[in-house]
Ligand binder design. Sequence first.
Ligand SMILES: CC(C)(COP(=O)(O)OP(=O)(O)OC[C@H]1O[C@@H](n2cnc3c(N)ncnc32)[C@H](O)[C@@H]1OP(=O)(O)O)[C@@H](O)C(=O)NCCC(=O)NCCS
Length: 177
Amino acid sequence: MAVLETIKNFFTPTGFAEPEVIVPAPLCEYEIRPLTLDQLPDVLRLNIRCFRNGDNYTKYTFEYLLNEAKTLSYRVVTPQDELVGFAFVMVNESNAAHLTTIGVAPEHRQRNLAARLLSHIEDALRKREVGTIMLEVRVGNTIAQNLYRRADYTVVQRIAKYYNNGEDCFLMMKSLY
Ligand SMILES: CC(C)(COP(=O)(O)OP(=O)(O)OC[C@H]1O[C@@H](n2cnc3c(N)ncnc32)[C@H](O)[C@@H]1OP(=O)(O)O)[C@@H](O)C(=O)NCCC(=O)NCCS
C-alpha cells in the first residue's frame, strides 16, 4: 500500500534481510485507541517489523500523517499498553478516505485485530459522513487482500508498476453506506 508514494520515495525506505523468529504472544484482551505523536517511536519500531520488504514509511511520513488534521489514526494495545497494531486513514477534499497503512505485530496476528481496526475506522468515517474508503495493495500481498475482501472491499482497478520494484497494485474500494 502506498498512497503517500510520492512522499515516501523522497526518503530512503528501510528493509530487513534477516528472517525474524515469531513466537505467538499470550492471548489477552486488546483495545483500540487513538494514535498520537506520543506513540511515534513505538509506531516506527512496529512499522519496520510489519513491512520488512521496505514498504515501511519513514519517521517524516508518520510525523506528517500525525500532524495532518485530515488523518485518522488508531492503535491496538494490550492491557500493558504495548502497541501491537496501527492504522492510518486520510480523508481527501472530496470527502473520500484513503487507508494509507495498516499493520499488526507478527506475534499478535490472526486474532482479528486488523479486521477490528478496519471496522473501527469505518465507524469513525461514517460518523464524519465519509461515504467511500479506498486503498492500494500489492498484487502479491494475498494476506492483506484476504483481509480486505473479508471486510467487503472490492478490487476496482489494477495499476501497473505502482511500486518502486515494478510490482502492480490492486486499487480496492468499499462504500460505507
Ligand atoms: C495484513 C495484516 C494487517 C493482517 O492482520 P491480522 O490482525 O493478522 O488479520 P486478522 O486476524 O484481522 O484477519 C482478518 C482476515 O485477514 C485474512 N488473513 C489474515 N491473516 C492471514 C493469513 N496468514 N493467511 C491468509 N489470510 C489471512 C483472513 O481473511 C482473515 O479473516 P479470517 O480469520 O476470518 O479468515 C497483517 O498480516 C500485517 O500486518 N501484515 C504486514 C503489513 C501489511 O501487509 N499490511 C497491509 C498493507 S496493504
